[in-house]
Every structure is written in structure tokens, then in C-alpha cells.
Design a binder for this molecule. Structure first.
Ligand SMILES: [Zn+2]
Ligand SMILES: [Zn+2]
Length: 328
């Protein structure tokens, strides 16, 4: 099959690799559409330190192509989305529903070959049927939406709370869509005017450019979602948090940075991490099918597999939000 193979840092090429064969409890999916994500960019630049070569990519959908022994939950030809982190289901964390932070977790496209290929092998319990009325370009956004949905759940916004979302990238804007559903007023901040324009279009009540002329009132937000992972993001979250506020951290910082602890104590803030998702996939698919949110304005480009290298190289350019790769 044709696949994008990362053979060393920043060295990605399209090549022929053997077709995956499904083992017991596994299925092979013929990939139709995949999404490029920040973690693909990190992997590409050697940030994960995992053995190479690997086929990257974890946001994907397609049709069931081959079914391994013992699988009865899907049928050949069925359209599915992939939940790309495979927990061990044999540890205390998995037993208590915290499979998202299982230490034995296998990450598709990082620890094992991913979706930037014609075919990908995954455990059958990690594929979800796509509802008939849902188009591919919406369905492929299920995975990042599940990340945002988990983060939103961590703080459970109520109507009339003042919400700040720091970072108007894919996860920040998806968080915006989900928080708006709860009826809360939402403010968004970002370093790029292009991202803020999209945030306004997607329903933000106000949008602030970090370092711009218009500034937000310090200590004025009850719930804050930090989705940027930037050092200034955490500092801003703490500065703009009202006394007693809660802050969810969804962005993974590229490097360690100092935490201003004094205002955390003085304002009695709560900081909580949010890591990927646990059981959010079915609910997100249902929500997408209902049409109550439309994440498609986030799609900025659709490219072919041969343009994946360029898409990853230009990942941080402000006019790119979610880039999809059309494969099948
Ligand atoms: Zn992702
Ligand atoms: Zn586990």
C-alpha cells in the first residue's frame, strides 16, 4: 500500500509498505480522510523520541476493509471513525474509567503505524460507526472534538458564567462551539488576528488579540480553558481568572515554564489538566449528527497524501486551521 513514512526527524516520504493484516480483535480500515494535528508536527520534529520509521497520523476515518478473527461489532464496507489511543484495559486507571491516562496506552501514528496511509490496522473496539447522515468532512473532526468535549466536561460550564478560551486554534474553537451550547458567554484570546476573526464568526461574544490595544479586565473570568500550551497562555489564565475561578489546561506546553503561584493561592484558583478523552466519541458523533454544531468552518485546506509534508512544514502558518488529507 501507499503510505507516508517518517523515517527520521523531518524526513517524510511517500512510499510502498506492506498491507497491514488484522490479528485477533483487530480490523483494517481503508482510510478515506485524515486530519493533520499539532502532535503530527511535534512527532515530525522529533519531540516524542519514539522509534522510527513510523507512519504518522491519528485523526482518521474510512471504511472497514478487513476483519480479524473474533470481531463481530463491524461489517465490511461500514463507514467508521477511529479513536486513536488504545488503552491496556488491565490496570487500575483503566478499571476506574481513566483509560485516557493509562500508562500502557498505545498512540496510533506515534507508537504504531497511523492513518496517513491507504490502510491502517486498529483494535475493533476503537472504531465507531459514522451515522448515515453525517458527511466525511464533519465525521473526521470527531477526534479533536472529543478532546474539546473532555475539556469542557472537566469544568462543566453553566449559563451566565464568564468563560475565557485562551488560544483560537482547532481545540480552542471547538471548545468555543461546545461551551456556546451550554449557554455561557464566551471570550477568546489569541496571538493571531486571523484566528480571532474565525472565533467571532463561530460565536465568540468577544475576541482579544494578546498584546493588542484592547485588553481584557484582570480577574474577571470564572472558567478558563487554556488551549494554547504557550507559556503566556498559562500566565494569562492565572491573571484573568476571577477569585475562586477554575482553569482547565488542554494545551500541551512544548517546554516547561514557570508557574506564577502567588495569585493561585491569593485567588484560591483551581487548575486541572485535561488529557484527550475517555468515553466521549459516541456522544460527539450524536451531537454532530444532530447538526447542533458545525465544525466545518475550521477546515482550511484539503490536500492529497503527496502534499502532507508541505502541510506539516507550514503547520503554524496563521491561515491554516485544520488541514485534511484526502486519501481514499
Ligand atoms: Zn489530534
Ligand atoms: Zn490501562
Amino acid at each position: 500500500m501507499k503510505a507516508a513514512v517518517l523515517s527520521s526527524t523531518a524526513n517524510l516520504a511517500i512510499g510502498e509498505v506492506p498491507d497491514p493484516v488484522p490479528g485477533s480483535g483487530e480490523v483494517v480500515i481503508a482510510v478515506t480522510l485524515a486530519g493533520v494535528c499539532g502532535s503530527d508536527y511535534s512527532l515530525y520534529h522529533g519531540k516524542f523520541g519514539v522509534p522510527l520509521p513510523v507512519v504518522p497520523g491519528h485523526e482518521g476515518m474510512g471504511t472497514v476493509h478487513r476483519i480479524g478473527p473474533g470481531v463481530s461489532t463491524v461489517t465490511a464496507g461500514q463507514r467508521v471513525v477511529i479513536q486513536p489511543n488504545f488503552a491496556c484495559w488491565d490496570c487500575d486507571l483503566c478499571d476506574s474509567g481513566l483509560d485516557n491516562i493509562c500508562s500502557g496506552k498505545v498512540r496510533l501514528g506515534i507508537d504504531t503505524n497511523g492513518v496517513f496511509a491507504e490502510y491502517v490496522k486498529v483494535p475493533a473496539r476503537y472504531v465507531w460507526p459514522v451515522p448515515e447522515g453525517l458527511d466525511d468532512r464533519t465525521a473526521v473532526l470527531t477526534e479533536p472534538l472529543a478532546v474539546a468535549a473532555h475539556g469542557v466536561k472537566v469544568l462543566s460550564p453553566a449559563p451566565r458564567v464568564r468563560v475565557l478560551i485562551i488560544g483560537a486554534g482547532v481545540i480552542g474553537l471547538m471548545t468555543l462551539l461546545l461551551v456556546k451550547l451550554e449557554g455561557a458567554g464566551v471570550n477568546v484570546s489569541d496571538l493571531q488576528e486571523e484566528h480571532l476573526a474565525l472565533a467571532r464568526k463561530m460565536g465568540a461574544d468577544s475576541a482579544f488579540l494578546v498584546g493588542g490595544n484592547e485588553t481584557m479586565q484582570p480577574s474577571s473570568f470564572d472558567l478558563i480553558y487554556e488551549t494554547s500550551g504557550a507559556p503566556s497562555g498559562l500566565a494569562d489564565a492565572i491573571e484573568f481568572a476571577a477569585p475562586g475561578a477554575r482553569i482547565a489546561l488542554l494545551g500541551l506546553p512544548a517546554e516547561a515554564h514557570p508557574v506564577p503561584t502567588t495569585p493561585i493561592v491569593r485567588k484560591e484558583l483551581t487548575l486541572v489538566g485535561s488529557m484527550i478523552y475517555t468515553d466521549e466519541f459516541p456522544g460527539v458523533l450524536e451531537l454532530l449528527e444532530s447538526g447542533r454544531i458545525d465544525p466545518k468552518p475550521l477546515i482550511s485546506d484539503v490536500v492529497g497524501l503527496e502534499d502532507l509534508d508541505g502541510a506539516i512544514k507550514t503547520f503554524n502558518s496563521p491561515d491554516r486551521i485544520k488541514v485534511l488529507v484526502s486519501i481514499g
